[in-house]
Write a protein that binds this ligand. Structure first.
Ligand SMILES: [Zn+2]
Length: 667
């Protein structure tokens, strides 16, 4: 009997193995946004900020000379997902265009072959509306108003999916954004730019490891980066401005059944992933620009970056590479021998060998691609975002290379603004605007920073100036609306928000602010459908649910409101602040008991969060219970707080003490 049992177990095991071998393989594509290839040992790193990716590389086919056709997220992923270069995908910059209908995504092709298809997206620049969602049964791009998600969120979703007992083969794309500026991880970032970058590298490395641990057998895993990060090389701190190796060189690694560990120096590009996957799935797809990774076909990659034009009104750059040579065309056309001179220090165009001269003819030109840029679909997304213009005379524009000083200034300003140092950013921006007065991104940043320091009239003036250059600049419309709301010019603010939504109907920020303004103006009939519609379309974020809760409280539907607030907390990246916002709503609509109970529960959870005590203090001041108010303001002072807030609260405490003293003396 025992022997039969053992035999039958052996038989079961054998048949399972047999099934696995004949079953269609799964495919997992992991794209690491803004991940510099030289952070991995296989690509030359002496340190090891990414031990798990290094370990993966040891078991994978690694292509150390790989390139993206554009150092910008949307065009790079357009090529990754389709196997076609930007001239075919029609995607040249973030926020501009929709994937050409004639080009199929891997998800479309694989779905036709019976694959379940899933994408988990970490940044708004890859939102579904740009067309990369085509063919995905689920394309989860709900990044909310933070406009990005942490790696753990992407991994959690991907792991839940792979553990979820799905049937049949699957294609999964997981996008990680952690190594993108400002290199945020859920923990606090330290000081230096490079150090912070490597910290983000280590963070995303750990998150990818968690995903890899959940990958089932019979799966091909591709790990790529969409582009690198300058980190100061060639004067570029971030990416998307120049076409040098630190930003166009990418990670390309593949691991799966039958793939032997190897390190190849053959030239590859992001266009090679789709043909490789089609080959492994036994599917023929004609018209691709890439070749299977294991094919030694000679490749050349056209390079382009339009972001300088769209964001800053600077010259777009074009180029081409065959893995040995690289042309870059700006004011001058230069040639680099990237194998002999990887630092791209010497322009050898004067003595260009025949091979390189041939390559030169493969460079695109702005004139040639202008017709491929779909301006109508411009959505106002991007980094700081500009509006592309087809009529622009690019010859008269400055070469980005000559604007590096201003670009560094833009990066500094970005950091200042991200750290809430708006007054400092205004000083810096005034200097920068003098140097580059036609730059819509600078004009926007100046107006928006002025709004943050309450110089609202001047803010509106600069925001209007940015909109003159860039009429579809959604962040400028929103910022202008907020400035106008600050001036109690609500009707004008509503018009500005409607403009924002006309350019970007998915701007949940505009929806939330518009709904709040309508409620303030007692126009619930306008606010309700905005919120309902946003929730139905899957755009809702924490603020949307808070607003829905506010509407339900307004309608005296207390239980529905409590449900909304639960959802708001679920979507929240800062539960402490969300709990405070929820308490505020209860208090605002007269649910004092609920509000106080909620606040006290929040205090118990986060006893060091000053805003709770400030609310409680203000609540008691309104009821003229000064001793109780004093207690809460003093408690607030014992919590971490910004210097300016501390100054204000100290003043309140002093006033309260004086008042209480006087009252006592009068008695
Ligand atoms: Zn990117």
């Amino acid at each position: 009997m025992k022997r039969i049992l053992v035999l039958s177990i052996m038989f079961l095991a054998a048949s399972a193995a047999f099934c696995q071998e004949t079953a269609k393989p799964n495919f997992v594509v992991i794209s690491l946004d803004t991940f510099r290839a030289d952070r991995l040992q296989a690509y030359g790193s002496k340190k090891s900020p990414a031990p798990n990716l290094d370990a993966f590389a040891k078991e994978a086919a690694v292509y150390v000379n790989s390139m993206t056709p554009s150092p910008v997220t949307l065009p790079a992923h357009g090529t990754l997902l389709t196997g076609c270069f930007p001239e075919k995908t029609g995607l040249f910059d973030n926020g501009v265009g929709v994937l050409s209908p004639g080009v199929k995504t891997m998800a479309e092709v694989l779905r036709e072959s019976g694959y379940d298809t899933r994408a988990f997206i970490a940044a708004d620049v890859l939102k579904a509306r740009f067309g990369l969602s085509r063919g995905f049964a689920v394309y989860d791009d709900q990044v909310g108003s933070a406009k990005r998600r942490f790696g753990f969120q992407i991994t959690d979703m991907a792991v839940a999916y792979m553990h979820g007992g799905k049937k049949g083969p699957f294609f999964l794309w997981a996008h990680y954004f952690d190594t993108h500026q400002p290199y945020l991880t859920p923990e606090d970032p330290p000081e230096s730019v490079d150090g912070r970058y490597d910290r983000a590298v280590s963070y995303v490395d750990a998150q990818v490891k968690r995903l890899l641990d959940a990958v089932p057998p019979n799966t091909f895993v591709f790990i790529v980066s969409d582009h690198g990060e300058g980190l100061g090389d060639h004067g570029e701190l971030t990416h998307g401005l120049l076409l040098y190796q630190p930003t166009v060189s990418v990670v390309v690694m593949a691991k799966g059944p039958g793939l032997k560990p190897s390190i190849s120096k053959g030239f590859r590009s992001l266009a090679d992933i789709a043909p490789t996957i089609y080959g492994k799935a036994g599917i023929q797809v004609p018209g691709l620009d890439g070749y299977p990774l294991d094919s030694e076909e000679k490749r050349s990659v056209p390079l382009s970056v339009l972001l300088p034009l769209n964001e800053y009104r600077w010259k777009p750059l074009f180029g081409a590479s065959d893995g040995r040579y690289k042309w870059i065309r700006g004011d001058k056309t230069r040639l680099f021998d990237i194998s002999g001179d990887p630092g791209e220090t010497a322009d050898i165009s004067a003595m260009a060998p025949g091979e390189a001269r041939k390559l030169k003819s493969l460079m695109s030109s702005y004139e040639a691609i202008r017709g491929r840029i779909d301006l109508a679909s411009f959505s106002g997304l991007g980094y700081l975002t500009g509006t592309p213009s087809k009529d622009t005379q690019i010859d008269k524009m400055p070469d980005p290379e000559s604007m590096l000083g201003v670009f560094r200034g833009i990066d500094e300003v970005k950091t200042l603004r991200e750290n809430d140092k708006f007054a400092d950013s205004v000083v810096r921006l005034r200097e920068l605007v003098k140097k580059d007065p036609g730059n819509p991104s600078l004009l926007f940043a100046l107006g928006d920073s002025l709004r943050h320091v309450d110089q609202l009239d001047e803010a509106v003036r600069w925001l209007d100036e940015s909109l003159k250059f860039s009429p579809a600049l959604v962040p400028a419309w929103i910022s202008k609306a907020l400035a106008l709301l600050g001036k109690e010019r609500k009707e004008e603010a509503i018009l500005s928000l409607e403009k924002a939504l006309a350019h970007d109907p998915d701007s949940i920020e505009a929806v939330n602010i518009l709904a709040a303004a309508c409620l303030d103006l007692d126009r619930p009939e306008k606010a309700f459908p905005l919120i309902e519609n946003a929730i139905a379309r899957g755009l809702a974020d924490t603020d949307t649910y808070l607003m829905q809760g506010r509407i339900h409280l307004f309608q005296k539907k207390y239980e529905a409101a409590a449900g909304d607030f639960e959802k708001a907390l679920l979507h929240s990246l800062d539960p402490r602040a969300t709990r405070k916002a929820i308490s505020d709503k209860y208090l605002l609509y007269g649910y004092e008991d609920y509000g106080l109970r909620y606040l006290n529960a929040s205090v118990a959870m986060y006893p060091d969060y000053a805003p709770y005590y400030l609310t409680l203090g203000a609540f008691h001041i309104a009821r003229e219970n000064y001793p109780a108010a004093l207690q809460f303001f003093e408690k607030a002072l014992s919590c971490p707080m910004k210097d300016e807030d501390r100054k204000n609260v100290t003043e309140i405490v002093d006033e309260l003490k004086k008042g209480i003293e006087m009252e006592r003396n009068q008695k």
